[in-house]
Design a protein around this ligand. Structure first.
Ligand SMILES: NC(=O)c1ccc[n+]([C@@H]2O[C@H](COP(=O)([O-])OP(=O)(O)OC[C@H]3O[C@@H](n4cnc5c(N)ncnc54)[C@H](OP(=O)(O)O)[C@@H]3O)[C@@H](O)[C@H]2O)c1
Length: 334
């Protein structure tokens, strides 16, 4: 591996955290800067126990100079931007914060003298891929703007890799918004768990254990020249919600089924569980769009894509479910 110093944005989160854990374990000689707004918080301090090669650096998108200092001497920068946590007090979708945050980091990266590889954990641009049929997926639209912003800077784009992660398996355990796992709320009816989904749940769509992003990132930095100006597509499973629930029930040893909801019923259910209408709409559209676009490992876009399941072994849903402790989850949904 040809790089020594890494600056990882979102290190206390799921994407950046997976990368820090992989780097700390696989490259003891690398210098890994874990960026966070709050180095004193327990989730940040926990990163220090990964190894002496991990350091915490205080930085925020809202403080450009902190990014300049955090990126200094770094040969590789990983960027992830945060959509969901910027919606906290929103009554309508807030696209501006994520776009501004990402643009700031991109501008600082573009001016870095040391940067050799810029990796952005992003999404495919679904609205045009669906001929603008699904256009309310705001967390996709924001990232599409940022993908374009990078490409508008040819020197930066020449050393950039975009990485597409689909729906995380981890959402089923960690997503704060109770409605997302589609098992949220009091969903046990008799001895059966009832998942809810905005159609029959029979079409296939893409999922990933986001912890595998570490391995994906590792493969990219091992062979950088194969990945510049490309989008690495990381998909662990391409299957239906029916298959997902069936396998989950099978592995954890319970009975479960899917309750099919119309788009109106879906929005209503999300609302009753505390989700805002625009969030229900974008989650609904995301599910339908993912289903309609089909197998994203082979999708054709204006940016060349690489199917990372051909490069690294990605965890199956069944493996991931078997490795989790579901105690708290059962407490929550029963
Ligand atoms: N959930 C899914 O299924 C899924 C699938 C694909 C893509 N995504 C995308 O993934 C993105 C979120 O990534 P994640 O899942 O890794 O998030 P996460 O686990 O919620 O972590 C968010 C990270 O962003 C950092 N952060 C937030 N605001 C910041 C700021 N102003 N300055 C610097 N750092 C900031 C936080 O760091 P500190 O708090 O330590 O400062 C934290 O490490 C979203 O944009 C979402 O659209 C999600």
């Amino acid at each position: 591996m040809q790089y020594k110093t890494f600056a990882i944005i979102g290190a206390t989160g799921q994407q950046g955290g997976a990368i820090v854990r992989h780097l700390a374990k696989s490259y003891p000689d690398a210098r890994i800067r874990a960026l966070t707004r709050s180095p004193d918080k327990p989730n940040a301090r926990a990163l220090l126990s990964l190894g002496p090669n991990v350091s915490l650096v205080q930085a925020s998108f809202s403080d450009r100079q902190s990014l300049v200092e955090a990126f200094a001497d770094a040969e590789v920068v990983f960027l992830v931007t945060d959509y969901w946590n910027t919606q906290n007090s929103a009554i309508s979708p807030n696209l501006n914060t994520e776009i501004t945050d990402g643009m700031t980091a991109i501008e600082v990266a573009a001016r870095s003298k040391s940067l050799r590889h810029f990796v952005f954990g992003t999404l495919l641009d679904f609205a045009p891929l669906s001929d603008m049929k699904w256009r309310n997926m705001y967390h996709f639209n924001t990232k599409a703007v940022l993908n374009h912003y990078i490409r508008a800077k040819p020197d930066l784009w020449a050393k950039t890799t975009l990485v597409f992660s689909p729906i995380y398996y981890e959402n089923y355990l960690t997503f704060d918004q109770k409605f997302y796992p589609m098992l949220g709320g009091p969903r046990k009816v008799g001895d059966e768990y009832v998942a809810w989904y905005p159609d029959g749940g029979t079409s296939n769509l893409s999922y990933l254990s986001i912890e595998d992003l570490g391995k994906v990132f590792g493969a990219i930095i091992e062979q950088p020249q194969n990945y510049f100006q490309k989008m690495a597509v990381a998909i662990g499973e391409f299957f239906s919600a029916q298959d997902l629930i069936k396998q989950w029930a099978d592995v954890v040893g319970v009975k479960a089924k899917i309750e099919t909801l119309s788009s109106e019923e879906f929005t209503d259910r999300v609302g009753r569980l505390g989700g805002l209408e625009f969030m229900a709409l974008e989650i609904y559209e995301q599910m339908r769009c993912l289903e309609e676009l089909g197998d994203l490992r082979t999708i054709q876009t204006e940016i060349q894509t690489i199917d990372m399941s051909q490069v690294v072994e990605l965890t199956s849903w069944r493996q991931w479910v078997a490795a989790q402790d579901w105690t708290e989850f059962f407490h929550f949904v029963s």
